[in-house]
Design a binder for this molecule. Structure first.
Ligand SMILES: Cc1cc2nc3c(=O)[nH]c(=O)nc-3n(C[C@H](O)[C@H](O)[C@H](O)COP(=O)(O)OP(=O)(O)OC[C@H]3O[C@@H](n4cnc5c(N)ncnc54)[C@H](O)[C@@H]3O)c2cc1C
Length: 387
């Protein structure tokens, strides 16, 4: 009968026989970067870390990473827009633009598109500049990131919700239900609270709150307005490409107008023109009205109610941008803690802006982490020496 010792010895012999295996003394050391959330921002961050050989792992709540990305643009994934960073910032508008300016300037849409091309994603440009994978499948984008992480050997723990983050003397302890990780830096990329079935349920905001960050209340972003107007109900299910929507303040002044698609739904009006106006009303204080035009109709809605945040394309609210350094994406309260993507109180219009924000903020966080780590610093020194 084989004893435990002889059994272990057998395994050792097998391991030694493996040509690439070498016995090294084991050391307990932290991972350079723990990424919480394997969505758009988290996967992109891990890919950026891998490209820099920054030790990293991803902890993802759901059984598969990238669930929300798979839903984007009806499964086609409008992953960015072929415009300049300046144009994108102007379209995003204040107060978000000032905060995301360093991230988008450092990693503009052209670099986002180049990064995906480098991962083998062939792209298709729409006449208005929106970029999609040429396959027409969001899965192409998710798989490209997944393949890169596989090739670089980046561990991804799935079915693995993080339940707490605690700063310690050197870094953080990141707790999951079954084990803990010691990390020098942590990137919270857990998303907003819309479409919670995809895994984004607001955990990251709770970790941030527990660590002293302010959380801006959640509101729906990029969603429709509810109305019982018979002109909408009688057209329920119809889509009008050449519609428009505009926001008027209490004095009747036009604050914003948008041309584009208007959809008549059983609950009210939706479509890109309405969504882009709705997003701005979510940050507007005071009374307002929305004028929606479609199919020769002109609808005026006074202070209309948006659809619930759970059904919205983006979450407005989340970790306050006042508590995060826009030049690094690092918390102003807890050094070594970073945020990226929709967990932050940032949002943009339809057209690839929200994924662009997730990618650009993730990239900036990783760039900062890399520059901070000792190995990163020495590589930078070496590179400087070489140039
Ligand atoms: C229907 C729909 C269509 C959209 N279409 C577009 C589009 O075409 N173009 C565009 O630019 N944007 C689009 N968006 C918005 C875009 O998808 C999001 O802004 C983007 O996915 C945000 O990225 P994120 O990484 O911050 O969050 P997410 O992509 O939501 O990822 C967060 C991840 O964190 C994980 N997580 C959460 N809590 C924990 C925890 N405790 N432990 C571990 N993991 C956790 C989640 O499971 C999830 O995988 C769309 C959104 C929706 C809902």
């Amino acid at each position: 009968m084989e004893t435990a010792t002889s059994g272990n010895f057998g395994i050792m012999k097998e391991m030694k026989a493996h040509s690439s295996f070498q016995m090294r003394p084991l050391a307990h050391k932290p991972v350079s970067l723990a990424v919480i959330g394997g969505g758009a921002a988290g996967l992109f961050a891990a890919a950026a870390a891998a490209r820099r050989s920054l030790g990293c792992l991803v902890l993802e709540r759901k059984a598969r990473p990238g669930a929300k990305m798979l839903m984007t643009a009806n499964g086609r994934c409008n992953f960015t827009k072929d415009v300049s960073a300046e144009r994108m910032l102007a379209d995003i508008g204040e107060p978000v633009a000032s905060f995301v300016r360093p991230a988008l300037t450092a990693f503009p849409p052209s670099r986002i598109a180049a990064a995906f091309r480098l991962c083998g994603v062939k792209t298709r440009r729409m006449p208005d500049g929106r970029l999609f994978p040429a396959s027409g499948q969001a899965a192409t984008v998710v798989h490209a990131l997944g393949d890169l992480l596989r090739d670089e050997g980046v561990p991804i723990a799935v079915n693995c919700p993080v339940v707490g983050v605690q700063p310690v003397k050197r870094g953080f302890i990141v707790a999951t239900r079954h084990f803990t990780i010691w990390a020098e830096n942590v990137l919270v990329a857990t998303g907003g609270v819309s479409f919670p079935k995809t895994g984004s349920v607001g955990d990251g905001q709770e970790f941030a709150r527990a660590l002293g960050h302010r959380i801006v209340p959640y509101r729906a972003g990029l969603t429709g307005f509810e109305t019982n107007d018979p002109r909408v109900r009688s057209r329920s299910g119809l889509r009008f490409e050449d519609g428009s929507a505009k926001i008027l303040d209490g004095a009747g002044r036009v604050l914003h107008s948008c041309r584009g698609e208007v959809d008549c739904e059983p609950w009210g009006v939706g479509g890109a023109a309405v969504y882009n106006c709705q997003r701005l009303t979510a940050r507007h204080s005071g009374p307002f009205s929305v004028v929606v035009e479609f199919d020769g109709q002109r609808l005026t809605l006074a202070n209309p109610a948006p659809r619930p945040v759970k059904e919205s394309i983006v979450t407005i609210g989340g970790v306050s941008t006042d508590d995060v350094d826009p030049d690094t994406m690092e918390s102003r309260k807890v050094p070594g803690l970073f945020f990226a993507g929709e967990v932050l109180d940032i949002d943009g219009p339809t057209g690839g802006y929200n994924l662009s924000l997730a990618f650009a903020t993730a990239h900036l966080a990783v760039r900062t982490c890399f520059a901070r780590t000792k190995s990163g610093a020495s590589v930078v020194r070496q590179l400087r020496h070489m140039v």
